[in-house]
Design a protein around this ligand. Structure first.
Ligand SMILES: [Zn+2]
Length: 232
């Protein structure tokens, strides 16, 4: 059974990960088939996440998150500067490189679109401000830049089976909108990410996170557009 053919259903995914972790397998080995009937009872998944980079992070990730937001903001600011009469701010994304996460990505976009008023997320098959990718990475899921000023979100298969996949996707999308990580926060915060553990399934930003995003896209974008105008 390859990673790609695994169901993305959170329930079956969690059972599989719980089984693999109970056997003490490294996340890298999750792609190998484990005959369920031949194995001993699984340990609770929540106890076995150490050593596996969940969507919890480091200073390096925090810098990557910032660079990512700057890249998205620049991309949107360029469009806004070119079309100053645009009434609303839209961030366009591509799912072409993350086909098995289209439903989670769409849910994450709806969650954010119903939570904030100063910016909207919209899928496009044309030119996007950032893109989602999928694959296997021991670091888990993250937001980053490609080194040429373009932002992307990477969704890791194993992590998305271990944790609530829509929460992971909505969390990473929170970085698109400018929010930093806050792993010590409670489950009611979206940006606490993997901090509250695999049992946390809250997929919505709290009031403070919503208000921060609205602020960033009102003031932050205006500043980015003004800066672009000043350099012309
Ligand atoms: Zn994060």
């Amino acid at each position: 059974m390859s990673q790609r053919t695994h169901s993305n259903s959170p329930k079956s995914g969690r059972r599989l990960v719980a089984l693999a972790l109970g056997l003490g397998l490294a996340s890298a080995a999750l792609g190998t088939a484990v005959p369920a009937a031949a194995q001993p009872a699984a340990a609770p998944a929540t106890t076995a996440v150490a050593g596996y980079a969940h969507y919890a992070g480091s200073a390096q990730e925090s810098a990557a998150n910032k660079a990512f937001f700057d890249a998205v903001l620049q991309s949107v600011a360029k469009r806004q500067a070119a079309q100053p009469n645009l009434q609303s701010v839209t961030v366009y994304y591509s799912t072409a490189q993350a086909p098995s996460f289209r439903s989670q990505i769409s849910s994450a976009a709806s969650i954010w679109n119903s939570s904030v008023s100063n910016v909207k997320l919209q899928a496009t098959s044309g030119s996007a401000d950032f893109a989602y990718y999928e694959g296997n990475d021991s670091r888990g899921s993250y937001a980053s830049t490609n080194g040429h000023g373009s932002g992307y979100i990477f969704l890791d298969y194993a992590q998305n089976r271990q944790y609530d996949s829509i929460r992971v996707t909505a969390h990473e999308t929170g970085h698109v909108l400018g929010l930093p990580d806050h792993y010590s926060g409670p489950c009611s915060e979206l940006m606490s990410g993997g901090g509250p553990g695999t049992s946390c399934t809250n997929r919505y930003p709290n009031a403070a996170e919503r208000s921060r995003v609205n602020q960033l896209w009102a003031n932050g974008l205006a500043q980015a557009v003004a800066k672009l105008a000043a350099t012309r």
